[in-house]
Design a protein around this ligand. Structure first.
Ligand SMILES: NC(=O)C1=CN([C@@H]2O[C@H](COP(=O)(O)OP(=O)(O)OC[C@H]3O[C@@H](n4cnc5c(N)ncnc54)[C@H](OP(=O)(O)O)[C@@H]3O)[C@@H](O)[C@H]2O)C=CC1
Ligand SMILES: CC(=O)C(=O)O
Ligand SMILES: [Mg+2]
Length: 598
């Protein structure tokens, strides 16, 4: 007999957790036959029941374990060896045929949210098939599991909620966060994406329903960057929401209270960050995602010296945009220092990108940062950021308060600053008007226009607007994808300027080198690596980013450069340094191909 403790441990760890324990369970079954452990069938509705069950006499549990389920791809041998006979119809299907069937089914749905839900169901049912499908059809499925559809999914998360996919840490868990982390079935966590749901894409405060974002980002960590799914942990910190609609929504899944702020907020975050390090060690990567800027900058500053932390909205976005700009020089000409940049939006994305451009300019020209920043101008909701506003500005805007007379709107700012590059990071759709795009086109032969805000509804302009209003002269990329546009019998292919190009490879580079801290030079290295992946055939179509279809290879190259930087800076702990870092990155990547079972 095995002890109850070992038995429960096996139940909690699941089929793949401990093969030895599973074998013990199987032996026990043979000795004792099927045994109901929780008596659920016999209990009345009022009676308490144990909330887990295990069926040790058959492969039923295996079929319901998403990490190991293969559906009709179980071989005849496996069906015998794992008690699956009768639980599956007789047909055998390869993983490729399963993929074909699923893509056919997904394409039948006309509503994007239905596709999202079908993908989430698949992830819960058969993890390897989910990732194989996502990797093999990345361009078609990225908009389903990520922006724009994930935005709608978060807005409706309460209504479509079926099974929890990450860890929810609310104010109720204060004082117990370490225990909560231990409730998660996996021990060997390498990357955590955490949000508090206050700035979900450009959709605002979605409270606890922001969970869709860490879940989506981590599925990209695996699909695009090759991190093992079991090493990824999505977390939502729930301190309430100020979204009245959600507070009054009977299906809302979060704490029904207004947001905690100040000390109460800081203490919960501190407990979380301490527990994470204690439970998973020094080298777990914590990616902050979609926090509002009044917390995001402070959290990054506070935890950068002590933890391996990365803010995707500030740093990942900066790295992807800088990559696009470096690549775009091949199309628009000149050096980076010959350009002038104007942003609409001076928050996390805007000032994060601005700072990385200034840093790169400073490295290239040897000019001090204070000088290179002067090439960059930002407009916020009150107008151009100028020195007369300095006193009242949030700290992250102050470095951008240059001498200039006040300017109210974006159009006047374009006319006054005469930028070569216009970047939208405002979260407000339709703000690059016809007049703004025309003004950019009147100043520049090839205006570079990036509409970064997500999802599509918040994009500063559409691809069609950018090409039409600039009479086909704009180089355009956007945060959420747009279809190719035909203008004057020519086809224009818009690129996707999204941090999804960077964070999966960036994270892989940190993890494979055992990096203990993130350094700005790693962001610059990632930008250069991404820019180097843009081929002539991409430039010929007006693209400044490579296609996502090659993303695993791109991520391996980014990871290699990031890891190389970590070794160079003495921040890597995994020694000795592998000779060929690209090959090493590739060899570290998770493959979703089915495994054969003994
Ligand atoms: N493509 C990508 O990879 C990424 C895209 N994003 C997108 O960027 C957007 C902004 O994100 P983030 O920077 O984190 O958000 P923040 O809230 O930090 O910043 C938003 C900024 O936009 C300004 N703003 C808001 N409304 C207007 C307006 N009508 N006119 C001018 N400025 C305005 C705000 O001004 P004020 O300060 O005065 O309030 C603020 O400076 C989101 O839509 C997000 O989805 C973000 C990260 C990555
Ligand atoms: C892409 C992303 O991180 C955002 O829109 O917030
Ligand atoms: Mg984000």
């Amino acid at each position: 007999m095995i002890s109850r403790q070992t038995f429960l441990r096996a139940v909690v760890l699941g089929w793949g957790g401990e093969r030895k324990v599973w074998a013990l369970l199987e032996r026990r079954t043979m000795m004792n036959g099927v045994e109901k452990t929780n008596g659920e069938d016999l209990a009345t509705e009022e009676q308490l029941i144990t909330p887990w069950t295990v069926s040790v006499a058959s492969g039923y549990t295996l079929l319901r374990d998403p990490r190991h389920n293969k559906g009709l791809a179980f071989t005849e041998y496996e069906r015998d060896a794992h008690y699956l006979r009768g639980l599956l119809p007789p047909a055998l299907m390869t993983q490729e045929l399963q993929e074909k069937k699923l893509m056919h089914n997904l394409r039948q749905y006309e509503v994007p949210l239905q596709r999202y839900m079908a993908m989430m169901d698949l992830q819960e049912r058969n993890e390897r098939l989910f990732y194989k499908l996502l990797i093999d059809n990345v361009e078609e499925l990225l908009p389903v599991v990520y922006t724009p559809t994930v935005g709608e999914a978060c807005q409706k998360y309460g209504s479509i909620f079926r099974r929890p996919q990450g860890l929810y840490i609310s104010l109720k868990e204060k004082g117990k966060i370490l225990e909560v982390l231990k409730n998660w079935p996996e021990r060997n966590i390498q990357v955590i994406v955490v949000t508090d749901g206050e700035r979900i894409l450009g959709l605002g405060d979605l409270g606890c329903q922001g969970m869709g974002i860490p879940v989506g980002k981590l599925s990209l960590y695996t699909a695009l960057g090759g991190l093992r799914p079991s090493a990824c942990l999505p977390v939502t910190i729930d301190v309430g929401t100020n979204n009245e609609k959600l507070l009054n929504d009977e299906f809302y899944i979060g704490l029904r209270q207004r947001r905690a702020t100040g000390q109460e907020y800081a203490e919960l975050l501190e407990e979380f960050m301490t527990a994470v390090k204690k439970n998973y060690g020094e080298k777990v990567l914590v990616q902050f995602e979609d926090f509002a800027n009044h917390n995001a900058f402070d959290l990054l500053e506070k935890y950068s010296p002590t933890h391996l932390v990365f803010n995707d909205d500030i740093q990942g976005t900066a790295s992807v945009v800088l990559a696009g700009l470096l690549a775009a020089l091949k199309l628009v000409g000149g050096a980076l220092a010959d350009h002038k940049f104007l942003f609409l939006g001076a928050g996390e994305a805007g000032t994060g990108i601005a700072e990385l451009i200034a840093l790169e300019l400073s490295k290239q020209t040897k000019a001090p940062l204070e000088e290179t920043r002067k090439k960059i101008w930002l407009v916020d909701s009150k107008g151009l950021i100028v020195s007369s506003r300095k006193e009242s500005l949030q700290h992250f805007k102050k470095p951008w308060a240059h001498d200039h007379e006040p300017v109210k709107g974006l159009l006047d700012a374009v006319k006054a600053i005469k930028p070569t590059v216009l970047i939208g990071s405002s979260g407000v759709g339709k703000t690059f008007t016809k007049e703004v795009v025309e003004a950019m086109a009147s100043i520049n032969e090839k205006p570079l226009i990036l509409a970064l805000s997500n999802p599509t509804s918040q994009s500063e302009c559409t691809a069609e607007e950018a090409y039409t209003w600039s009479k086909g002269r704009a180089i355009f990329a956007s945060g959420s994808p747009f279809d190719p546009v035909e203008y004057n019998s020519e086809v224009f292919v818009p690129g996707q300027a999204n941090n999804a190009y960077i964070f999966p490879g960036f994270g892989l580079g940190l993890i494979m080198s055992g990096a203990i801290r993130v350094h700005d030079d790693m962001l610059l290295a990632a930008s250069e690596a991404l820019a180097a992946q843009v081929k002539q055939e991409n430039f010929d179509k007006g693209l400044i980013y490579p296609p996502f279809s090659n993303i695993r290879n791109i991520s391996a190259n980014i990871a290699a450069k990031v890891a190389a930087k970590a070794y160079e800076l003495g921040l890597a702990s995994r020694l000795p340094r592998p000779k060929d870092l690209v090959k090493h990155a590739e060899s570290c990547m998770y493959s979703p191909v089915y495994r054969s079972y003994r």
